[in-house]
Ligand binder design. Structure first.
Ligand SMILES: Cc1ncc(COP(=O)(O)O)c(C=O)c1O
Length: 441
């Protein structure tokens, strides 16, 4: 991009240290978005771009929904903030009640936090405290999985399995164990769930046999591993994890930060795959991207143990954030849930899924594409690596931006997660732009 371009914001780039970004490369060739509406962005040159990743899995109803803006504005002028510790606000109770209608049966006690990473830390602390309250305080190990992403905070990256997110930060949380990932050559190029690999869940059983079930607090998995490149669980895998957890008193945590709110063609991944965890995180789409917010849904049994059985009058769970259940976030979430319901957006996502997955799979004929995978309205396109791991992905991110589309790239994999308001024509446009760009590599 030429330096002669006059950017609308006209700000220097060096003060903002950008997250998960090649900061120096960005300064040389910035990708600045200044406006969004519906399924489009506009960059600082006034060019329109198609949103292929729904914000960051966060904006299924499309950008800049006036209903959400109005709800937030109303809330801010009535009650902008109140301390969330020892005080409540109506929106928080209303939102928890609405969410309880969407979560799997029995998983209806909701703790609010500010981000997906915080939801993971919270879920793990709840699991550890649950066992402690039951007199099993020695249950401290938490089992995660290779290639998993559970955010960037300490417990989350410790149980996560993305190497670059781990290898610079020391030893992490003690007691983190990792099952093998489920990305198997036997399921190569399968859209949906592969036939092979349910037995990989037995890695959890091996940890039970090796370390003793009475040392394991929880097992955490994403129903579909999203950020690492859409790894769909093989048929029977999640059921098997559920059984092993139940047999050994281990709490099963589903990290549904990405898979919640319709992305899998059901309210949550839990319902899409027919497996109910004990604890479930949620984030991304909860406010349609408008205000940071996340949550943890907890089973009645877990909640009962920690909250209802604690001595009256004392704080039952020494945990929470200044931004837990922020009134503006609750207002944004309530307005978002109303849109999802009134426009039947989860049903729309489910209906569009076969067309979308087939369109993405059609990219397999390009020589540079090595695999496509997907489930619901989320898919991945693996590219043959370039000069170094991640180089091709970065090249494609830039080229797609120039071609007028915003996607997420992880190493050499393109991740697509369109807004639920896409039509089949929008899918064709998205996949067509990728074909045109990637086909030239
Ligand atoms: C499964 C999962 N867990 C946790 C996180 C972290 O969420 P956040 O970036 O809001 O902290 C993410 C983010 O993509 C995620 O996909």
């Amino acid at each position: 991009m030429s330096q002669a371009v006059i950017r609308s914001h006209n700000q220097p780039y060096e003060h903002h240290w950008m997250p998960f970004t090649a900061n120096r490369a960005f300064r040389d060739d910035p990708r600045v978005l200044v406006r969004a509406e519906g399924i489009h962005y506009w960059n600082d040159r006034g060019e329109k771009l198609l949103d292929g990743i729904a914000g960051l899995f966060s904006t299924p109803a499309g950008h800049a929904r006036p209903e959400i803006a109005a709800a937030v504005a109303r809330q801010l002028s009535q009650l902008d903030f109140a301390p969330p510790f020892q005080f409540g606000t109506p929106g928080a109770f209303q939102l928890a009640t609405e969410l309880a209608k969407l979560t799997p049966a029995g998983l209806d006690r909701i703790f609010f936090v500010g981000s997906g990473s915080e939801s993971v830390e919270t879920a793990i602390k709840i699991a550890i405290q649950y066992h402690r309250r039951r007199g099993e305080g020695q249950r401290l190990r938490v089992v995660g999985r290779e290639k998993a992403y559970h955010g960037v905070n300490f417990a989350g990256w410790s149980v996560g399995g993305m190497v670059r997110n781990r290898d610079q930060f020391g030893l992490g949380m003690p007691g983190a164990l990792h099952m093998r990932h489920t990305h198997l050559p036997d399921n190569h190029n399968v859209m949906g769930q592969g036939e092979h690999g349910a037995d990989l869940a037995d890695d959890l059983q091996r940890f039970v046999d090796l370390h003793g079930a009475d040392t394991i607090a929880a097992c955490i998995v994403e129903p579909v591993a999203g950020s690492v490149g859409v790894l769909v669980p093989p048929k029977g895998y999640l059921d098997r994890l559920r059984k092993i957890c139940t047999d050994h008193g281990i709490l099963l945590i589903f990290d549904e930060v990405i898979t919640g709110f319709g992305r899998m063609g059901a309210n949550f991944g839990s319902q899409a795959f027919g497996v109910t965890p004990d604890i479930m995180t949620m984030a991304k789409a909860i406010t349609n991207g408008a205000i940071p917010m996340a949550g943890v849904a907890v089973s009645r049994a877990v909640h009962e143990t920690i909250v209802e059985q604690a001595p009256m009058g004392g704080i039952e769970f020494f945990h929470g954030y200044t931004w837990s259940a922020h009134p503006a976030a609750c207002a944004a979430a309530l307005a978002s849930l109303a849109i999802y319901r009134e426009e039947a957006l989860f049903e729309r996502a489910r209906a569009l899924s076969p067309y979308f997955l087939e369109a993405v799979a059609s990219l397999n004929d390009l020589p540079v594409v090595t695999e496509t995978r997907g489930f619901g309205l989320m898919a991945a396109v693996d590219l043959a690596p370039g000069t170094s791991p991640g180089a091709r992905g970065f090249e494609v991110l830039n080229k797609l931006f120039q071609a007028g589309v915003v996607v997420r790239v992880t190493m050499d994999t393109i991740i697509l997660a369109p807004p639920f308001t896409y039509t089949c024509e929008n899918v064709d446009e998205l996949v067509g732009l990728i074909r045109k760009t990637v086909g030239k590599l």
